[in-house]
Design a protein around this ligand. Structure first.
Ligand code: TIU
Length: 223
C-alpha cells in the first residue's frame, strides 16, 4: 500500500497510489483549438492553453508511476440521437451548433477531428478513453465500472473547463465516494474568475467536494 501525501487545500491528503487514477477531462481539440465547440460558443480558446504543459508533466509522471490513466471526451453520435434538444438549443448560434460543419469537422461529434484529444496529451495503449454525452463523466458512461474494477478510491483531476466538466465530474465523483484532488494549474476556463470560483467551491467548507492541489505537488507525491 504505497501511501503518498499530497500538499493540497484545505489540507493535505493521503492517498494509496495503487488506488489512485489520473482523470483528464475533455482536453479535446473542440475545446482548445480554434474552429471547434468552444469557439462556437463565443469563447477565446487561447485561455485554455496554460493548462496543457502542466497536464503533460503530470501525465508523464503518472505513466512513469504506473497509475491508471483515464481520458474523457465530450461528444455525440453522428446521428445526434444522444443530444438532448435543450443542449442543442443552448449557446451556439445556428450554423455553429453541435453536428454542424466546423473548422475541424462536425462540431462535438465523435470520430471528427475536433472531437479528438489534443496531440500533447494523446492517450497511449492501455489508457481508457471515456466518451460522454454530458458534462459529468459519470453520466451515461462506464467510468464508475472501470474505477470499481480497478479498486480506485482517489482521483487526480485535470482538464477543461474548470467550472463546467471538471466541476460536474468532481461533484458526481464526490457523491460516489471518491477522493478528488483537483490540480489547479492543470485545469482552465475561458473565464479566469470562473476558474478561481470553480476551485474555491471545491475546497470550501473543509473540502466540500474535494481538495485543490497543483501539478508540482502531485508530481512530488508520484515521484
Ligand atoms: N463550455 C464550457 O466551458 N465547457 C464545456 O462545454 N464542456 C467542458 O467543460 N468540457
Amino acid at each position: 500500500m504505497p501511501l503518498a501525501t499530497i500538499a493540497a487545500e484545505p489540507h493535505q491528503v493521503v492517498v494509496d497510489l495503487d488506488r489512485t487514477a489520473l482523470l483528464i477531462i475533455d482536453m479535446q481539440r473542440d475545446f482548445l483549438e480554434p474552429g471547434g465547440f468552444g469557439e462556437a460558443l463565443g469563447n477565446d480558446v487561447a485561455a485554455l492553453m496554460p493548462a496543457i504543459a502542466p497536464c503533460q508533466a503530470v501525465l508523464a509522471a503518472a505513466r512513469r508511476r504506473g497509475l491508471l490513466v483515464i481520458h474523457t471526451r465530450e461528444g455525440h453520435r453522428s446521428d445526434l440521437s444522444d443530444v438532448p434538444a435543450a443542449k442543442m438549443e443552448r449557446g451556439a448560434r445556428p450554423g455553429l451548433r453541435i453536428g454542424d460543419a466546423g473548422g475541424m469537422g462536425r462540431i462535438l461529434v465523435r470520430g471528427e477531428p475536433g472531437h479528438d484529444i489534443i496531440a500533447p496529451l494523446y492517450p497511449v495503449a492501455g489508457e481508457a478513453v471515456i466518451d460522454k454525452p454530458g458534462k459529468g463523466a459519470f453520466y451515461q458512461t462506464d467510468l464508475e465500472l472501470i474505477l470499481r474494477n480497478r479498486a480506485v478510491e482517489n482521483l487526480l483531476v485535470c482538464g477543461v473547463t474548470t467550472e463546467v466538466c471538471v466541476n460536474s465530474t468532481v461533484r458526481e465523483a464526490a457523491d460516489r465516494g471518491y477522493r478528488c484532488v483537483v490540480l489547479a494549474d492543470c485545469c482552465a476556463s475561458y473565464f479566469p474568475h470562473f476558474h478561481a470560483a470553480g476551485l474555491a467551491m471545491i475546497k470550501a467548507q473543509g473540502g466540500i467536494f474535494g481538495w485543490v492541489s497543483a501539478a508540482a505537488a502531485a508530481m512530488a507525491a508520484l515521484a
